[in-house]
Design a protein around this ligand. Structure first.
Ligand code: 0RQ
Length: 493
């Protein structure tokens, strides 16, 4: 069959007010680019004509500015799940204009299939190739791609010729059976394949094919500074000691690392250690540091859901495809983030906190308790099930006016039960096997910024009762001080 070739503007008109729309990709990698922008323009025209136009947006994770940013600025989003990191969308979420459902990424596809979100009308997906019989080869991000292609009535495909046909084979695409028919997902090492190198879709559902050459957005990373370097070195020191004592097997275990500057810096530092053998990565986002370490022979294999790398790095990968093709694998997030597989493989997880409390609870999502930053993403999928789950954070934010170590977190994403190690630029708090009282001592001593240690000790002195010594009256004294004076150091105990 021949597909209807259209412009992005024509394709955008196939999306209607009230539709629930699924998009491919994970981070800006693999997201459609020109059709979402055209939908944003169409929404603005509809609004100008006095007609409503708002859609539900489902993605793998965060997207590019041409998707979340453009649609948010056009006031075209009424519902959003499961993760975002765009400043304009964040503003709409925090003002209440967009209903945002922050959730564990591994669960989204199953919950969509189960009908928890209602009907999915349209799938808009990026592809490197689409054959006449409906084999779709994704690009650099997968996310929920196979599920939305199956659930949607209408599929719009952006064929992006920046991604060469030779990447067929980069992907391992499968969807598990749903309960009660589900069996184990047979991945026993990061390089195991369980699916096909393409998404099989029904060609009759393809209502438009749009051709483009647009590259992924290129965020880039901040250069290492003293703080991120010290955090990376502390993580490395911790892992080296675990290998030395035999608590981590000598051949090492697969690593997961989160998104952002700190995660990228941590992985780069771990990779340089001569005491850590070459290792594998089982993660969701493969960032620049992994590719650099692969070239140095330090990373043997990386399985993820997206290749979220800078533009020069993706060019390097495609130019040296023979070297990379048997070292990289991209899967749907239902597999890359699957809690059962993470537990089975013994993945060592490394994620970033906004704030941690002295008992070991982590807030990764809400600035000062109420304002959404990005979302929990895959951090919960990995943290709860990791062999050892590590959280890193600089000890302070905003020039020292905010302590990342607080008496009580203002929002909980990862509870004390899931968090095994906390690391800042000042040191390592190994929390394994400790009671809340012991954890509090260790976190204050090893991780808090020296300016805040006396304040945290003063708090703890007033919070002396119970298994978890919380002083309910003063638990949010840091946050209250910041709200009143813009400086947590003004907290009074
Ligand atoms: O803001 O840039 O305006 O100064 O938060 O902080 O230190 O640059 O950290 O870029 O690594 O992101 C938790 C957000 C960290 C991220 C988070 C301010 C700080 C700065 C960013 P400015 P940094 P990073 C899998 C893993 C959840 C999802 C996850 C994240 C900005 O790692 O979204 O782990 N994690 N996914 O100044 C107020 C505090 C603060 C604070 C920092 N306590 N209060 N502001 N900031 N601490 C990936 C996926 O799922 C796709």
């Amino acid at each position: 069959m021949s597909y209807p070739i259209m412009t992005a503007e024509e394709a955008a008109r196939l999306v209607h007010d009230g539709d629930q729309v699924g998009f491919s990709g994970f981070t800006p990698a693999g997201c459609p680019k020109v059709v979402p922008q055209a939908i944003a323009h169409y929404a603005e025209e509809e609004h100008a004509a006095g007609r409503p136009f708002r859609i539900g947006v489902f993605t793998g994770a965060s997207t590019g500015d041409r998707l979340d940013g453009a649609l948010a600025r056009a006031h075209a989003i009424k519902f959003r799940a499961p993760y975002q990191s765009n400043k304009d969308l964040r503003a709409e979420i925090n003002s209440g204009e967009v209903a945002y459902c922050d959730m564990h990424l591994s669960q989204l596809a199953q919950e969509m299939r189960a009908g928890f979100f209602g009907k999915i009308h349209v799938a808009i997906v990026e592809a490197a190739e689409l054959t006449e019989d409906g084999q779709l080869v994704p690009t650099t991000g997968v996310g929920i791609l196979p599920t939305i292609c199956r659930l949607a009535d209408r599929i719009i495909v952006e064929i992006n010729d920046r991604h060469p046909a030779k990447i067929r084979g980069l992907h391992d695409i499968a969807e598990p059976l749903d309960p009660p028919a589900r069996r184990e997902l047979p991945i026993y090492k990061p390089s195991d394949r369980v699916g096909k190198p393409y998404v099989q879709l029904d060609p009759k559902k393809v209502v438009a094919v749009v051709k483009t050459s647009e590259p992924n957005d290129d965020g880039g990373f901040a250069p290492l500074d003293e703080v991120t370097q010290a955090i990376g070195d502390n993580v490395t020191k911790f892992l080296e000691e675990e290998i030395r004592t035999g608590r981590i097997p000598r051949e090492f275990l697969p690593l997961q690392s989160g998104v952002g500057n700190i995660a990228n810096a941590v992985l780069a530092s771990v990779g340089k250690s001569p005491k850590i053998p070459p290792f594998e990565v089982y993660t969701e986002v493969i960032q620049d540091a992994v590719i650099g370490l692969m070239k140095e022979g330090r990373v043997k294999f990386a399985s993820g859901c997206s290749l979220s790398v800078s533009r020069n790095v993706i060019l390097d990968i495609y130019q040296n495809w023979d070297f990379f093709k048997d070292k990289l694998l991209l899967r749907p997030e239902e597999y890359s983030n699957n809690p059962g597989i993470v537990r089975r493989l013994g993945v060592i997880t490394m994620n970033t906190a906004l704030e941690a409390d002295i008992y070991g609870n982590i807030n990764s999502t809400h600035v000062l308790g109420t304002k959404m930053m990005n979302g929990i993403g895959g951090s919960g999928d990995f943290t709860r099930n990791g062999y050892i789950s590590i959280f890193t954070t600089p000890s302070t934010a905003k020039g020292g006016a905010i302590s990342a170590i607080v008496p009580m977190v203002s929002h909980v994403d990862h509870s004390e039960h899931s968090v095994k190690v906390l690391i800042t630029e000042y040191g390592i708090a190994d929390l394994r096997g400790l009671s809340p009282r012991q954890r509090a001592e260790r976190i204050i001593e090893n991780c808090a910024h020296p300016d805040y240690r006396p304040l945290l000790r003063a708090y703890l002195a007033q919070a002396s009762e119970g298994q978890t010594p919380v002083c309910l009256e003063k638990a949010f004294a840091f946050h209250k001080a910041f709200a009143e004076t813009k400086d947590m150091r003004q907290a009074k105990f």
